[in-house]
Ligand binder design. Structure first.
Ligand code: GSH
Length: 268
């Protein structure tokens, strides 16, 4: 990851992100949080020889334990925190929003007040709902079957997501932005409070993925939501840590993960 300050290196454990190699996927929400905070982490499957073996062993092992006496996790991503568990053992946490909740205060990516923390989580969970719906546009019937085997249903699902669901989510994110502009301290730049939170990075990532998957649809929607898809989207890209990350090799291209570009599923 980016060069962290010596202080941050000293004050944090060596966080380990356990995720599939080679795709941004749901691991990206965790990467963006670390990168925005400038806190070091190891992306185990991408950085360590035999790293994916470790990910599979911890997250996909079908036993009653993930690692270090921690309970099983359902699937990647997971976060392993050496020394974070009971009696100095490692802690293993699964589920993307749960990992972000754990990291929020530690990475200084949430407001101080309790209501603000729940609000950040509320927006994040909503963005991850859209993430799931985007996945279902190319896999509406069966996760384990090929897109080509469910293409007919994908066309119908994608049409509904584009016509009904995307505008509903965009309206919600834009209203959170406006709420902070009018009643908070975000000045239209952030969704909650006056500094970057993981709600901003998570919504940004989902918007970016939607733009990759459905470029025509999102270009048309930009006319309806110019501030969200223009100013907000561009401003987050310029945030310290994020800007360096996006131009680094650590930022992986979209390919066969959650956000896929099948032109026939986009607005025609
Ligand atoms: N709700 C979970 C979903 C996790 C998930 O679906 N992970 C994918 C990769 S992004 C996976 O490996 N799934 C395997 C499976 O569900 O069988 C989260 O947000 O962490």
């Amino acid at each position: 990851m980016a060069q962290p300050s010596a202080k941050k290196q000293r004050t944090h454990p060596q966080y380990e992100l356990l995720y599939h190699p080679g795709i941004p996927g749901r691991g990206e929400f965790i990467r963006l949080a670390f990168e925005a905070a400038g806190v070091p982490y190891i992306d185990v499957a991408n950085e360590q020889k035999e790293g994916y073996g470790i990910v599979q062993q911890v997250c996909m092992n079908k036993t009653t334990e993930s690692a270090d006496n921690n309970p099983p996790v359902f699937s990647p991503p997971a976060l392993r925190v050496p020394g974070g568990g009971k009696d100095g053992t490692a802690l293993v946490i699964g589920q993307t929003p749960n990992i972000l909740w754990y990291l929020g205060e530690r990475l200084d990516l949430v407001p101080e007040d309790e209501a603000g923390k729940y609000y950040v989580q509320q927006i994040t969970l909503t963005a991850l709902d859209l993430n799931n719906e985007m996945h279902d546009t190319h896999h509406p019937i069966a996760v384990m079957k090929y897109y080509e085997d469910q293409k007919e249903e994908s066309l119908k699902k994608a049409q509904d997501v584009r016509q009904n669901r995307i505008p509903k989510f965009l309206s919600y994110f834009d209203r959170t932005r406006q709420h902070n502009e009018h009643h908070g301290s975000g000045k239209g730049k952030y969704l909650v409070g006056d500094k970057l939170t993981y709600a901003d990075t998570t919504v940004w990532q989902v918007l970016d993925g939607c733009m990759f998957a459905f470029p025509k649809e999102m270009a048309a929607r930009k006319e309806e939501f110019p501030q969200l898809l223009g100013d907000f989207y561009e401003a987050i890209k310029q945030e310290s840590g994020i800007k360096e990350y996006l131009s680094s090799k650590r930022r992986m291209s979209y390919s066969m993960g959650i956000f896929r570009h099948y032109p026939e599923l986009d607005r025609q």
